[in-house]
Design a protein around this ligand. Structure first.
Ligand code: GDP
Length: 487
């Protein structure tokens, strides 16, 4: 299927069993139709309910999105401070920050929240979003048009929100600008709801008790009255949405297989642009296509003081312990595997090539070694995106715990990786919190990304609960002890 002729008909396979709309042309975005040919055919099928919701969302995006009269009117109302919903068009603006993996998980979360609340999703994706991804919705754009410099629109100040905004849900609740009674009634101190609210759902411990009330049913009713929501998150909040009462039933209907949410939504939303896709497929054909099995090793180091040798030892003992690569050269030659290494450094690749290069016929490969993470650099992000897609084309994955880069690869692939535990990125020491008895890696319970900083607060009961015990399809993550994931 990888050599599929574009002139032939686009079939259900190319449209991922109805997940994708047939309303785009082939040439505009080749990855949309070629993706399936490079990936395992999976048993996960999108449910009719999910497909219906996606088509409905596409219609909403087109009716209310940038360029429409409804959009112009909504922006004018926002600028003049009027909290009125016109034409049934309400908006969710996702504010991008952090690395690409974090951004993709956060966009997926925002999209699902937009679908559940019938809002138009607009992505404030930074300068390079259009270089990385094709438009997912036909006949419109998902990129937020930035107002001109002379404009006072709150849409201009989005990157300025760092949690301190008085318009945040948490601060509005704390200041009494809005109250939610024990019975769940919402009342605003002003005569009308405000034109916009800011949702601070950032990980790393910086979002507080009142911000986390986002995950309560009554507070969702409150938010429903506000025409514009600006969401700041770096997290995969989807498991939290499953725990939010008004959404639970609907999500269960959309996703009868709870462990395939990112698998479907990631394949629906993200289509690398032709430039990125060309790099991916060219690299794949030259280096990986010939092997019978592709083993992807993703190495992500967060702490500067972490000795590389310790990271390498952990990886090699994982590979040995799980027998992922041959330990000796076989009598009849080499194994028909190929190894793909991704890392910011080339040091690991060189050691792994020295160790295994002679034992795998397909060789050991690393597409790039960028040295360090860079910001606002389109070429750098394009390489990062290519490597996430190349990893997703592997048959076996070993990933670094905590890394959203790895989560995206495993999710797009539909593979449960072997995950190497890591200290959190904010830990002072790379050993912090790691149990010396812990195995070098563990198989993830599902292909879903981990939600690193969920709220444990049960709004109805008014106390914290053990999130591992609330529902059978939500479990703690093997790599992030306080995180949860769908299984
Ligand atoms: P996380 O920090 O591991 O959760 O993943 P993110 O993707 O959010 O941020 C890490 C960023 O560092 C990536 O987006 C890339 O810009 C860069 N990066 C990290 N690891 C790699 C790698 O193996 N290859 C490339 N090309 N870039 C990487």
């Amino acid at each position: 299927a990888a050599d599929w002729d574009p002139r032939s008909n686009i079939t259900a396979d190319h449209l991922l069993d109805g997940l994708l709309t047939a309303d785009f042309t082939y040439g505009s975005c080749r990855s949309r139709y070629q993706f399936a040919g490079y990936h395992w055919e999976s048993s996960h099928k999108p449910s009719p309910c999910l497909i219906a919701k996606l088509r409905k969302q596409e219609a909403l995006q087109k009716r209310c999105g940038p360029g429409t009269a409804a959009y112009e009117k909504a922006v004018r109302r926002l600028d003049s401070g009027e909290g009125v919903v016109d034409d049934g068009c309400r908006y969710l603006v996702y504010i991008s920050y952090r690395g690409l993996g974090n951004r993709m998980l956060a966009i997926t979360s925002s999209f699902l929240y937009a679908v559940l609340t019938e809002r138009v999703l607009l992505v404030d994706g930074g300068k390079d979003a259009a270089d990385l991804f094709c438009e997912p919705f036909p006949g419109t754009t998902w990129l937020l048009p930035r107002p001109g410099w002379f404009s006072f629109s709150p849409l201009r100040r989005l990157q300025g929100y760092l949690g301190g905004s008085k318009e945040s849900l948490g601060n509005m609740l704390q200041s009494g600008a809005v109250t939610v009674s024990a019975g769940g009634n919402v009342s605003w101190s002003a005569p009308r709801p405000p034109p916009y609210l800011y949702l601070h759902l950032s990980g790393g411990g910086s979002y507080g008790f009142h911000d986390k009330l986002f995950f309560c049913g009554a507070h969702q009713r409150l938010l429903g009255e506000v025409p514009w929501l600006f969401m700041w998150t770096d997290n995969y909040i989807v498991p939290g949405l499953f725990l939010t009462p008004p959404f639970t039933g609907e999500l269960e209907a959309m996703f009868p297989e709870k462990d395939a949410v990112f698998y479907h939504l990631g394949r629906y939303l993200f289509h690398p642009t032709n430039a990125v896709w060309h790099a991916v497929t060219r690299y794949y054909r030259s280096n990986l296509a010939g092997a019978a099995q592709r083993v992807g090793l993703q190495i992500r180091v967060f702490q500067k003081n972490q000795p590389p040798q310790a990271v390498l030892d952990q990886l090699l003992s994982c590979v040995r312990g799980e027998r992922l690569l041959p330990e000796t050269t076989a009598a009849n030659g080499t194994s028909s595997q190929a190894v793909l290494v991704t890392s910011l450094s080339s040091w690991y690749y060189e050691r792994i090539r020295d160790e295994y290069g002679g034992r795998v016929a397909g060789g050991v490969h690393q597409p790039s070694h960028e040295g360090r993470q860079r910001w606002r650099d389109a070429a750098h992000d394009m390489r990062a995106l290519s490597e996430m897609y190349l990893l997703s084309m592997c048959d076996v994955l070993v990933t670094s715990g905590y890394s959203t880069f790895g989560y995206v690869a495993q999710g797009l692939a539909g593979l449960r990786p072997w995950v190497m535990p890591r200290a959190p990125m904010w830990a002072d020491d790379w050993r912090e919190g790691l149990d010396p008895q812990e195995p070098p890696c563990q198989r993830a319970a599902s292909v879903e990304p981990c939600f690193h900083s969920p709220s444990a607060y049960d709004c109805a009961a008014g106390r914290d609960v053990d999130l591992d015990k609330v529902t059978p399809y939500i479990r703690r993550c093997v790599d992030v002890k306080c995180g949860i994931k769908l299984v």
